[in-house]
Design a protein around this ligand. Structure first.
Ligand SMILES: Cc1cc2nc3c(=O)[nH]c(=O)nc-3n(C[C@H](O)[C@H](O)[C@H](O)COP(=O)(O)OP(=O)(O)OC[C@H]3O[C@@H](n4cnc5c(N)ncnc54)[C@H](O)[C@@H]3O)c2cc1C
Length: 183
């Protein structure tokens, strides 16, 4: 961030924000600038320790994103903004297929139940019903038929899809930057 703007950043290069996600200097907020997620240094009010900041993970990024939108709207309508406070429900991770681990304070769950909890949580956390259904469908088909490797082609030839869908006729070359399309 510090390479691309003159906004206030901390020693890690993250935008300094107040708990309501407004970008701020030591003394005053920067008007009409807000930040959230991995690029923002957001005070972690739930940690109960002065100087604590939220960790860069999706749980915070998604919640901060929602609050940021809500706070911008509140500011535009002249209403008070809210501070970001999120108490973590625990940490969950998979360790390969069918194995996982969940921890919340003293409670630890290991193995298949934890793996299932992580998958379940991810479906719940994915934004929009359409996206949830797509991801869930991929998981089910992968369970039945194994992992789909078709998409690897697009990794090897990423330009192919743009060229083939760009309305080019057979034998026609795509336009070069600043140039004209060759027949
Ligand atoms: C491999 C990996 C695994 C992870 N696993 C987990 C996990 O299991 N659980 C978890 O909670 N978190 C996980 N994380 C962390 C999580 O992905 C991030 O915390 C989260 O995505 C941060 O969200 P964000 O919106 O701040 O940033 P991002 O998700 O990085 O979104 C930033 C977006 O801005 C776009 N962008 C960048 N520059 C520009 C520009 N100049 N103009 C326009 N657009 C731009 C980028 O393309 C990107 O789409 C993982 C991260 C990685 C890398």
């Amino acid at each position: 961030m510090h390479n691309h703007s003159d906004l206030p950043v901390d020693e890690r290069g993250l935008l300094i924000v107040r708990a309501d996600l407004r970008v701020t200097t030591d003394t005053e907020v920067v008007p009409e600038v807000w930040a959230a997620g991995d690029d923002a240094s957001v005070p972690d009010l739930a940690a109960g320790r002065p100087g604590a900041h939220t960790v860069p993970d999706a749980q915070h990024a998604v919640r901060q994103g929602r609050l940021l939108a809500k706070n911008i709207l509140a500011a535009l309508r002249g209403r008070p903004t809210e501070d970001y406070v999120h108490r973590s429900l625990g940490v969950v991770a998979t360790l390969g297929l069918g194995r996982g681990i969940f921890q919340h304070r003293g409670l630890v769950i290991k193995g298949f139940p934890a793996w299932l909890m992580r998958r379940g949580y991810h479906v719940l956390a994915i934004p929009s019903r359409e996206r949830k259904t797509r991801v869930f469908a991929v998981w089910v088909t992968a369970l039945l038929y194994g992992r789909d490797i078709v998409s690897l082609a697009s990794v090897q030839h990423p330009r192919e899809a743009f060229v083939s869908r760009g309305g080019l006729r057979r034998g026609e070359e795509p336009a070069q930057p600043g140039g004209r399309r060759k027949a």
